[in-house]
Design a protein around this ligand. Structure first.
Ligand code: 7TS
Length: 406
């Protein structure tokens, strides 16, 4: 495949270092990805050239910064296929995006007894906000079960829908199982019943081309730091028809039109949901990350990562005495497994000594661990800069782990 891996790796200085005297092998991209020079340089340019608060000044720097911030919104909007850039709200990340919907959609549209459906493979950030809403408003939470192979039980999903269901909130790609959920089908079924759908895209946008217009989802949440952008910035895409009706999430500067002590009127979209000074430097960094991905091409990245995934899965399978979690036929980007008889934490600690970074534990998905009756897994999650020789290093590392513990 014509994939510029050398050039890509050169864009990520962090990858060239040694950890415990061994070349770093970074397979914890599901937790966070590294930043290419282009992202850091874009943020440096803000700090050194035109840093100024946005939407307020008449002065030149403020206007430059405002323009760069709004261009960033436009870049993200076209990246995810949003109709309008004012349907793109900058948040701190996926967690805040989901909390925003749970609060504002919940306060506006949900009554006691109304139902929200999530799935059994959600990250805590797509569980707890709904439980808070449950406590506040008496909303009922229903859960789509996960099958043994890590797919959602779509039959049960259909049967969970009732007259009172108002929202379905599911992850696009599982951060534990790697399952790519049939969100097109979920959205179609939900819409047949006039139910809104929120998709958690934290593990998707960096691997798959996403088009919210084609998907027709009502909300889509993502995090900048998982797509090679900065931390502390993320996005909530929402359909205008919902966002316009929803009560604000937070009050403060920028989200208002007029304020008196008696009454406040709110700003138009997207500002109604961006109270206070937003992380404009982060947003501009995120746009640089998006452009970086667009430059390589998401299709190409997907194909490359798919090859890497298949290579890794075969090699790990060949090790034997290993249990995989999540074997859905449509999956990718990460592999969760256990070496039989070895605690994942022990394996992870030893791998670290060999310079290999994997994630071990419950991956902020405790109900899913409970479902599989395990304390956690070892997770190798891939990014656009990983290589097959890094996979070999992981496999050799696991052989050593087994020699020590087996
Ligand atoms: N949703 C999914 C599917 C995730 O994987 C994560 C983070 C989040 C939401 C929350 O994203 P945040 O940027 O708001 O924190 N997942 C992980 C992980 O798998 N390991 O560390 C963080």
């Amino acid at each position: 495949m014509n994939y510029p891996i050398e050039a890509i790796r050169n864009d990520f200085p962090i990858l060239t270092q040694q950890v415990h005297g061994k070349p770093l092998v970074y397979f914890d991209n599901g937790a966070t990805t590294h930043k290419p020079r282009q992202v850091v340089e874009a943020m440096e340019e803000v700090a050194f050239r035109y840093n100024s608060n946005i939407h307020r000044g008449v002065h030149t720097l403020s206007n430059l910064c405002t323009e760069a911030f709004e261009n960033a919104r436009q870049t993200v909007a076209s990246f995810i296929g949003a109709h309008n850039s004012h349907e793109v709200i900058f948040t701190r990340g996926t967690t805040e995006s989901i909390n925003l919907v749970a609060y504002s959609f919940g306060e506006t549209f949900l009554q006691s007894g109304d139902e929200v459906i999530i799935s059994g493979m959600e990250h805590h950030s797509n569980i707890v906000p709904w439980q808070l809403l449950q406590k506040r408003k008496g909303v009922v939470l229903k859960v789509i079960p996960v099958l043994d192979n890590g797919q959602l039980d779509m039959e049960v999903f259909r049967s969970l829908i009732s007259r009172r269901t108002r929202l379905v909130s599911v992850t696009h790609v599982s951060n534990v199982l790697g399952t790519i959920n049939p969100i097109e089908e979920i959205i179609e079924i939900a819409h047949q019943h006039n139910i809104a759908v929120l998709i958690d895209g934290a593990q998707a946008v960096q691997h798959l081309a996403v088009d919210v217009k084609k998907l027709d989802c009502d909300f889509y949440a993502l995090s900048g730091h998982k797509l090679y952008g900065p931390t502390g910035i993320g996005v909530l895409y929402g359909k205008e028809k919902w966002l316009n009706q929803m009560v604000p999430y937070q009050g403060g500067g920028e989200m208002i039109q007029t304020v008196t002590f008696e009454e406040t009127t709110f700003n138009e979209l997207p500002y109604k949901f961006e109270a206070g000074t937003p992380d404009f430097t982060g947003a501009i960094g995120l746009a640089a990350a998006v452009k970086y991905l667009q430059n390589i091409g998401l299709q190409k990245i997907h194909a490359y990562e798919d090859e890497l995934f298949n290579y890794a899965f075969e090699k790990l399978q060949a090790l034997g005495n290993i249990t995989f979690y999540g074997t859905a036929h449509i999956r990718g980007s990460l592999i969760s497994f256990l070496l039989n008889g070895i605690h994942p934490f022990d394996a992870g600690t030893l791998l670290d000594k060999m310079g290999i970074a994997v994630r071990t534990g419950h991956h902020c998905a405790q109900p899913l661990m409970e479902r599989f009756k395990i304390p956690g897994t070892i997770r190798a999650s891939f990014g656009l800069y990983n290589t097959t020789s890094e996979v070999d290093a992981l496999v050799n590392g696991l052989v050593k782990v087994r020699q020590l513990f087996g």
